[in-house]
Design a protein around this ligand. Structure first.
Ligand SMILES: Nc1ncnc2c1ncn2[C@@H]1O[C@H](COP(=O)(O)OP(=O)(O)OP(=O)(O)O)[C@@H](O)[C@H]1O
Length: 269
């Protein structure tokens, strides 16, 4: 049985079809990068994996059972914009999740329990390279450091599935390269299954084990919301060739152009 199974999944918002006929099996330990033109439903797909959006029809299974209908400890997420708490220190940002888990109403633990959480948080912060910033507040951190903190915050909960929504989109290229190394190391060390959305095709083609391209195969200029995106390419990383790269690039750009031209014609931009 695959860890994640997606069968004939559709997602609609009102009359707008965002995703259609998605079929996918993902095994434990895979690292999938998701690319596709802006607005084609990649974040929506991640949010369904997280459990804060539900499929309109079809099945989304984890371990053969329907995905829980709310976010849970086994699925962690990191967004592009820093999702850390500005009023908490680096250490307390990472301690908060386990404290809330152990003391649901007060969000605070004492004694040996608190010490164990503190030690685990310090270890996690060492793993992401923030061991010297424990007492700092997020406003004193660079963008890359804030993303390291957000990753530590997600991983302290020991998720099986890590969802990354353009986590490096706002970072400089040099820092992105460091973050790639970090995320690949954490993926291996923590035996995670990763889904990572990126706008950077090069990143998508080089990071992880599998590239999933989301795209619309049907387009109606009169009714742009009539059809949704689906997975048009599902490629193992490392077996790419120049022809495939240009096919994917062409398909993503062609749909992007179509959507923006239609948005312009309809006065949406
Ligand atoms: N809660 C919602 N209600 C209505 N429409 C929504 C909602 N969430 C997303 N959408 C629409 O669904 C479509 C897909 O959005 P989504 O954010 O998943 O795309 P995306 O591929 O992640 O885009 P980007 O790459 O720009 O982040 C968009 O047209 C968006 O407006």
């Amino acid at each position: 049985m695959s860890l994640i199974e997606v069968r004939q999944l559709w997602k609609r918002y009102g009359d707008t079809v965002v995703l259609e006929k998605l079929n996918l099996n993902v095994e434990e330990g895979e690292f999938c990068t998701l690319v596709g033109t802006s607005g084609c439903g990649k974040t929506t797909f991640l949010r369904m994996l997280l459990g804060d959006e539900q499929p309109s029809s079809g099945e989304l299974l984890m371990d053969g059972r329907p995905m829980p209908r709310e976010p849970g400890q086994e699925r962690g997420i990191v967004f592009q914009r820093y999702s850390v708490f500005p009023h908490l220190s680096v250490l307390h940002n990472v301690m908060l999740g386990p404290e809330l888990q152990q003391s649901r109403f007060l969000g605070r633990t004492w004694g040996a329990r608190r010490k164990a959480i503190r030690t685990a948080a310090e270890d996690m912060l060492t793993q992401v390279g923030l061991q010297d910033a424990l007492d700092k507040y997020p406003s004193a951190l660079s963008g890359g450091m804030q993303q390291r903190l957000a990753i530590a915050q997600a991983l302290i909960m020991k998720p099986r599935v890590l969802l990354l929504d353009e986590p490096f989109g706002a970072l400089d290229p040099g820092i992105r390269a460091d973050m790639h190394e970090l995320v690949l190391r954490l993926w291996k060390e923590n035996r995670l299954t990763v889904f990572m959305v990126t706008h950077d095709l090069k990143e998508g083609f080089s990071l992880g084990t599998r590239l999933l391209v989301f795209d619309k195969v049907r387009l109606d200029p009169q009714v742009p919301g009539a059809y949704g995106a689906t997975i048009t390419f599902d490629l193992p990383i490392g077996r790419r060739d120049a022809g495939t790269l240009s096919d994917v690039t062409r398909s993503v750009h062609a749909t992007g152009q179509f959507l923006s031209e239609n948005a312009t014609a309809r006065g949406a931009v």
